[in-house]
Every structure is written in structure tokens, then in C-alpha cells.
Design a protein around this ligand. Structure first.
Ligand SMILES: Nc1nc2c(ncn2[C@@H]2O[C@H](COP(=O)(O)OP(=O)(O)OP(=O)(O)O)[C@@H](O)[C@H]2O)c(=O)[nH]1
Ligand SMILES: [Mg+2]
Length: 464
């Protein structure tokens, strides 16, 4: 995209989701925003001009002067706006037809339909936010847990950008020394002081980069969530557990084995982590063609799972059938869950011994009475995040940012190698150090290709 021409257009979008609602918001951004407003809006009290950042009451009218809707509008003069351009917002009644009609009037008056993320892209191109902040806005909108929301907010206020700039200035100090050595070749080794530079890179710069990369892996779980598959023989209580974790009667529960034949997928939160819960058809040999497909799908879901809860009905005696199923499940990350411990004359003891003998970790619950369900939640999180104390990291980069951090790290490692040779050549070191710097610059978007921009902003919804 040619940034300049591209910013010439005035863009507009319906900013609220489709469907009925109390109000629907339409945004306009660009140099014609105000003149478009004047064409389609008739204030209740006639007036020639609009003050910035004030609300006005009136009517949207079409070219024949017919009233389309009763609305509130605001005109926000650049640069104190989201995009740093002139912005108009129209608060209309929300209904698909009304909003569509107003939107069409705006387009007829000279605006162009905005692409996904285009308002935020303008905020970036006009220098109001950097690229990492733009990504944080997308993360804020799609946050699935309180923790994810917190992390997104920190980055929106510049958390990652600040940290990355700090690392960049440390690298810059290294580069300055190396460049000086290039400029004064006779005294190069003395000026460059390879040992000192190596120490700086190894002990000060790389650990900072590493801790951000590590934070990505920890934080990813809070942002993207995990998938948890509930598996086991028919009647083990899988659907009951699904409902208990969801706290709603979502799945059908009956004493008849083979109740669930398809799989069910629902979002829940366990200990602050967004979880995709998947209830599957009970695993057994079956002639029923529908159930058969269900069993096959269940097995496919194992591969996608971050963790499989393998449920066992302890009211039934230990059987080869169940143990064989467990063998299959054990190829994937899993946890054995002994269910129905409320049943007094069951086989809990036998199961316990057997599972122990297999060196499997297990947990004992009763979905019916709710016994140990809280423990199960804790155990799930522990299995996924590991035993060590799990603090949500302070700053978590996005995947794109993490990849750039890794590239910068590799460049610095190559710089270290170059510095370690017998007679280090400052030119070689400089190439690598500059490379590291430019990777980091891409995080905040000082140098960014069009492809990267469209990749980032296409994830946004229209109107943002
Ligand atoms: N006593 C007791 N009964 C339970 C418990 N959990 C589930 N049940 C009962 O076990 C039966 C089967 O439960 P479901 O949740 O339908 O079992 P499922 O594993 O989904 O079964 P399929 O869908 O057929 O594979 C129902 O009658 C439940 O009420 C429990 O902890 N204790
Ligand atoms: Mg079921």
C-alpha cells in the first residue's frame, strides 16, 4: 500500500456487532469526516458549526430530506482522536437495516468502507501508537481471561515496546564501540575490547531477551488457552464432568452407555485459564455406525489435546478393556481420573492399586457429589504449567514478537562467535549486531514490510 495515498481517503465502518442492540455506532475517519456529517445530519437545533468532542442530538436524513433515524453524533477534531485524523461517530438505534442505511448514506457522501483494522492501522501510520501497541489492541478485544486482559493492557500502555527499546539501547552501546573500532582500524582491538563486549551481550542483553521468550511460553496459555479432552469408556461420567466444569447442563447425561455419540465443544475458564472443553463419545467397539464415527473422532481429538482426562468408572471392576484404552490414551499428555468414588461397594481400591502399579498419576473424584472437583482443576493446571509456582509473567510478547526476539538472539550469538575468534573483525561483529537491532526494531514497527502490516491488521474486526 502506498501509505500516503492510502491515508487520503476518508473511511467509515459500522463499529458495533450486527444484531439488535440499544445503540449501534458508525465511525468515520479522515479529512472529509466533518463535511460528510454535515450532509447527512440535521441537528435538532439548527447550527452551522460543530465543536470538537461534544455530543449533538438530531436526525440522519437522506438526500430527499427524509428522516432515517434519531441519533447522537460527535465530531472529534484531529489530532486528539483514535486515528489522529478528524473522526465522527454516530450513535444510532441498532438494527441491521437502520445502520446499513446510514452507512450507505455515508458512502454515497464520499467515504470508503474501512477494511478490518484500518482505523488502528491509521493510528499506527499516523504515529499515535507503535506496532506492539496495535497488536495489544487486538489482544485486548479477543482476551479470553482476566489475565489475558491484564497482559494486553500492559502492552497497550507500552510495556513490551519500552522493554524492547531498553534492550535496543543496550545493543546500541555495543554497536557504538564496534563502529568506533571500524573507524579507527589501527587501534581496533583495544577500542573494541572483545571480552568486555562479550560479557555485556552474554550477561546483560541475552538474559533480557531470553526472559521475554520464556514469558511468551508461559503467557501463551493465558492468552490462547488450552484444550482439554474428556475421554473414557461409555458411562464413565464424561458428560457429567463436562457439565460440572461448565457449571451448566450442556451435555446429555443418562445411565445408558453410548449416550454421547458426537463430540461437544465448549469454552470455560479453569483457574483463570481459558479452556476449550471437549466431551467425546465413550470409547468401545461398537456396531452402531454413528457411534463408530464418534469413537473415531474422539481418537482424533486426542492429538489436538493439551491434556486428556481419562475417566474411569470405579463402580465397575478393573478390566482389560479399560486398561487397553488407557494404553492408547497414554501416548498423549493425560491424567487418570477415578470417578464415582461416592459409590460404596465399588472397586476404588482395586483401581487405585492397578493405576499405581502402572506408575500413572491419578486423582479420585465424584462428579455426583462434587468431591475433589476443585482439586481436579488445580491438578489440570499443574499438569499443563508445571509444578513450580506459576506467576503470570509481567510482559508477554505475541508470537510475531517472539519470533523476532529469537532472531535477534541468534544474531547476537553470531556476534559472540565473531568476538570469540582470535583476531575479531569489527566489521563482522557489526553486521550481526546491526541485524539484532533491526529485528528488534520490527517489534515496535520502525521498519515493517507491507506484508507484515496486512497480516497483523487483517486479524482485527471491521470498525476497529
Ligand atoms: N454415583 C455416581 N454416578 C455418576 C457419577 N458421575 C456420573 N454418574 C452417572 O453415570 C451415568 C453416566 O454418566 P454420563 O455423564 O452420561 O457418562 P458418559 O461418560 O458421558 O457416557 P457416554 O456418553 O455414554 O459415553 C449417569 O447416570 C450419571 O448420573 C458419580 O460421580 N457418581
Ligand atoms: Mg456422554
Amino acid at each position: 500500500m502506498n501509505a500516503k495515498n492510502f491515508l487520503e481517503d476518508t473511511i467509515s465502518a459500522i463499529a458495533t456487532p450486527p444484531g439488535k442492540g440499544a445503540i449501534g455506532v458508525i465511525k468515520i475517519s479522515g479529512k472529509d469526516a466533518l463535511s460528510i456529517l454535515k450532509k447527512i445530519f440535521k441537528p435538532a437545533k439548527p447550527r452551522e458549526s460543530f465543536e470538537s468532542h461534544k455530543l449533538y442530538y438530531g436526525f440522519i436524513i437522506d438526500s430527499q430530506g427524509k428522516v432515517i433515524d434519531e441519533v447522537l453524533v460527535t465530531y472529534m477534531k484531529a489530532p486528539r482522536t483514535y486515528t489522529r485524523e478528524d473522526v465522527v461517530e454516530i450513535y444510532a438505534h441498532s438494527g441491521y437495516l437502520i445502520l446499513r442505511k446510514i452507512f450507505e448514506l455515508i458512502l454515497l457522501s464520499g467515504a470508503r468502507q474501512a477494511k478490518p483494522g484500518e482505523f488502528t492501522l491509521r493510528a499506527f501510520l499516523n504515529g499515535r501508537i507503535d506496532l506492539a501497541q496495535a497488536e495489544a489492541i487486538e489482544e485486548l478485544i479477543s482476551a479470553k481471561s482476566e489475565e489475558a486482559l491484564d497482559l494486553a493492557l500492559k502492552n497497550l500502555f507500552g510495556g513490551i515496546s519500552e522493554k524492547v527499546n531498553q534492550i535496543k539501547s543496550q545493543i546500541l552501546e555495543v554497536l557504538v564501540q564496534v563502529e568506533t573500532a571500524i573507524d579507527f582500524p589501527e587501534e581496533d582491538v583495544e577500542i573494541m575490547q572483545p571480552e568486555e563486549l562479550k560479557k555485556k551481550i552474554e550477561n546483560e542483553i541475552l538474559p533480557e531477551i531470553d526472559s521475554l521468550i520464556k514469558a511468551y511460553n508461559q503467557g501463551r496459555i493465558y492468552k490462547e488457552g488450552i484444550s482439554l479432552v474428556i475421554a473414557g469408556k461409555p458411562n464413565a461420567g464424561k458428560s457429567s464432568l463436562m457439565n460440572a466444569l461448565l457449571k451448566e447442563e450442556r451435555a446429555i447425561v443418562t445411565p445408558i452407555p453410548g449416550t454421547t455419540r458426537d463430540f461437544l465443544e465448549e469454552e470455560a475458564t479453569i483457574e483463570g485459564i481459558p479452556v476449550k472443553l471437549i466431551d467425546t463419545a465413550g470409547l468401545r467397539e461398537t456396531e452402531d455406525p454413528v457411534e463408530k464415527i464418534g469413537v473415531e473422532i474422539a481418537k482424533k481429538k486426542f492429538k489436538e489435546a493439551d491434556l486428556i482426562l481419562f475417566l474411569i468408572d470405579t463402580s465397575e471392576p478393573v478390566s482389560q478393556e479399560v486398561l487397553k484404552l488407557l494404553e492408547e490414551v497414554a501416548k498423549f499428555p493425560h491424567l487418570v481420573v477415578l470417578n464415582k468414588i461416592d459409590i460404596k461397594n465399588g472397586y476404588l481400591k482395586d483401581w487405585r492399586e492397578t493405576i499405581k502399579g502402572l506408575n500413572e498419576e491419578w486423582i479420585e473424584i465424584s462428579v455426583k457429589t462434587g468431591t475433589n472437583l476443585d482439586l481436579l482443576a488445580k491438578k489440570v493446571v499443574e499438569k499443563i504449567l508445571g509444578k513450580e509456582k506459576r506467576d503470570v509473567p509481567q510482559l508477554v510478547p505475541t508470537l510475531r514478537q517472539k519470533v523476532l526476539l529469537e532472531k535477534a538472539k541468534n544474531a547476537l550469538k553470531r556476534a559472540l562467535e565473531a568476538l570469540s575468534s582470535k583476531e575479531p573483525l569489527p566489521e563482522l561483529v557489526a553486521v550481526e549486531v546491526r541485524d539484532a537491532l533491526s529485528e528488534l526494531s520490527e517489534i515496535v514497527g520502525e521498519v515493517t514490510s507491507e506484508d507484515v502490516l496486512s497480516e497483523i491488521f487483517s486479524k482485527f474486526c471491521i470498525g476497529k
